[in-house]
Design a protein around this ligand. Structure first.
Ligand code: GLC
Ligand code: CA
Length: 558
């Protein structure tokens, strides 16, 4: 039996570039992370997931890897990584690395070789195709970063496929040598002490080699769940994940509750968990020509349905990865909450909903202090996705004006979560003594770690309590789940049950008071955690009020 440590864990994601700069060059680094281990321990998390720190030209902030065996000098050395792992382990913190297996950087030696000719040892490491008779792209597939997914290469005289930037060519997983090379790299890091993997867009690794056109030019229907995906992931499991006892959480953008169990059912031996996207699309207009930039007010009835369906579908045949924020998402208080009058209340309300569920909660750096989206002018953003999409939707397709695009950027762009971590109110928020690679959120003098820890209403301390509850109360890990008030537009309420114990998790996801007692009469019981001091003193829930409540049936404490 594997030790399924992640089921008891809360995992913290670090975006190394923006976490803590120890040497003053403006870029966060491994020494900075090491310096902050006591902070993470104080928060109470069990494992750290580091976004990629390998050698990379940084076109996509490290998700474009040129050498998987080497830590990028901007972050430190391989020895620094080994030391970080050792220090983390001393504190009983596990380390999860990010593995980008779908594509490499175009600066990777494999690609440099592959592009030279059709007959060299690396020719088939990538996905090369001839153009159509008229010389145009092999088909109409789009890149996630805007424009075509194909780029012409002069030396090779063919097109290569890239689901992301043209500097991120997709690997050819049909080639067993590619797969073995990937397994070897995972074993290398395992030998240096890594405990597990976050597998970047792992559901993209198998391609449809008929290359059929998509219904709409530049659409991305082709990108996930290709014909041999399960077979490849199972092989990875058998070659490395299981024999080397490594935990895995895969990014699965297009998986639904109905089919995700195929990736995470332990019987199938593929992955331990997946990050899915459905619940993050409740503020998106479906099928719109502007794709992820076409926004609407969040539909919380849908959020409840989706998250509850996940709880049900994976019951007994998989384990959920729970998240609202990561390096590709915006700050939840700015996106769905209220980052002004009710910043503390909305940050803690969303946290309560997430951490009350069955699964492993993920906390993204800064989420634990209720960081907000910065509202920069367009020119101040730097993300490759944002720039490519501006070109595509505003300049070429012209279905969005620059103003409309910027409004969407302020809500959902990836840069929202990438501003450096503010540790205190000193220059650059104590993140760096140099010039930060990306601006801090201008509100850092008010919203920073130290200020939050000292505040009477501290998001950090609320997270500490939530994490402690998860460690102490088996009901959060094992208890059954049942959604309550499914039709209510803003109250998210559910029940967890374990043996004779019954907990209610309740949050008002709006800034207006909501009648509760009449809808959900609560018998005498005990508030276990709440973001208002005198919860249940009133029959109504106040703005973003949330709590975890243990029902009155007197059972012995666990
Ligand atoms: C994943 C990463 C994202 C990256 C993309 C390409 O979605 O989370 O940051 O840009 O894959 O690697
Ligand atoms: Ca640095």
């Amino acid at each position: 039996m594997r030790n399924e440590w992640w089921k008891d864990a809360v995992i913290y994601q670090i975006y190394p570039k923006s976490f803590k700069d120890a040497n003053g060059d403006g870029i966060g680094d491994l020494a900075g992370i090491q310096e902050k281990l006591p902070y993470l321990k104080e928060l109470g998390v069990d494992a750290l997931w580091l976004s990629p720190v390998y050698l990379s030209p940084q076109v996509d902030n490290g998700y474009d890897i040129s050498d998987y065996y080497q830590i990028d000098p901007m972050f430190g050395t391989n020895e620094d990584m080994v030391q970080l792992i050792r220090e983390a382990h001393k504190l009983d913190l596990k380390i999860i690395m990010d593995f980008v297996a779908n594509h490499t950087s175009d600066q990777c030696q494999w690609f440099q070789e592959s592009r030279k000719s059709k007959e060299n040892p690396y020719s088939d490491f990538y996905i090369w195709q001839d153009g159509k008779a008229d010389g145009s792209e092999p088909n109409n597939w789009g890149s996630s970063f805007g424009g075509s997914a194909w780029t012409w290469d002069d030396s090779r005289q063919q097109y290569y496929l890239h689901y992301y930037a043209k500097e991120q060519p997709d690997l050819n997983w049909e080639n067993p040598r590619v797969r073995q090379a990937i397994y070897d790299m995972m074993i290398y890091w395992k030998n240096l002490g890594v405990d597990g993997w976050r597998l970047d867009v792992i559901t993209s690794i198998s391609k449809d080699w008929d290359f059929p056109d998509n219904p709409r030019p530049f659409a991305k229907n082709n990108q996930h769940n290709g014909p041999r995906m399960h077979e490849f992931i199972h092989e990875m499991n058998q070659k490395v994940l299981t024999p080397f006892d490594m935990m895995s959480v895969g990014e699965a953008p297009a998986s639904g509750a109905e089919d995700a169990h195929l990736l995470v059912d332990p019987k199938r031996q593929e992955l331990d968990m997946v990050f899915t996207f459905q619940h993050m699309h409740i503020d998106r207009k479906k099928g719109d020509v502007n794709d992820r930039w076409a926004l609407q007010a969040p539909d919380f009835i849908q959020l409840k349905q989706i998250m509850s369906q996940w709880q049900k579908e994976l019951e007994g045949r998989g384990w959920n990865a729970l998240y609202f924020e990561n390096h590709d998402r915006a700050r939840i208080v700015s996106r769905w909450g209220d980052d002004d009058s009710y910043r503390y209340e909305s940050a803690t309300a969303f946290a309560t909903i997430l951490h009350g569920m069955k699964g492993t909660p993920f906390v993204y750096q800064g989420e634990e202090i209720g960081m907000t989206n910065p509202k920069f002018p367009l020119a101040d953003y730097i993300d490759v996705e944002l720039k490519g999409n501006f070109q595509h939707y505003v300049e070429q397709q012209q279905t969005l004006t620059a103003e409309e695009f910027l409004a969407a950027v302020h809500k959902v762009s990836r840069d929202n979560a990438r501003t450096p971590m503010p540790w205190n109110d000193s220059a650059n928020g104590g993140f760096s003594t140099g010039t930060p690679w990306f601006q801090l959120n201008p509100n850092y003098p008010d919203i920073n770690v130290l200020a939050d820890q000292k505040a009477q209403k501290s998001v950090f301390h609320y997270y500490q309590k939530l994490i402690r509850l998860r460690h102490e109360e088996a009901i959060l890990k094992e208890g059954s789940y049942r959604l309550l008030l499914p039709e209510h537009p803003t109250i998210f309420a559910y029940e967890r049950r374990l043996k004779r114990k019954k907990w209610l998790v309740v949050a008002n996801l709006s800034d207006s008071p909501q009648e509760l007692q009449a809808l959900l009469p609560l018998t005498a019981g005990e508030i276990r955690l709440s973001n208002y001091q005198d919860s249940l003193a009133q029959s109504r829930l106040r703005p973003y009020e949330s709590f975890i409540y243990e029902s009155g049936t007197k059972t012995e404490k666990l």
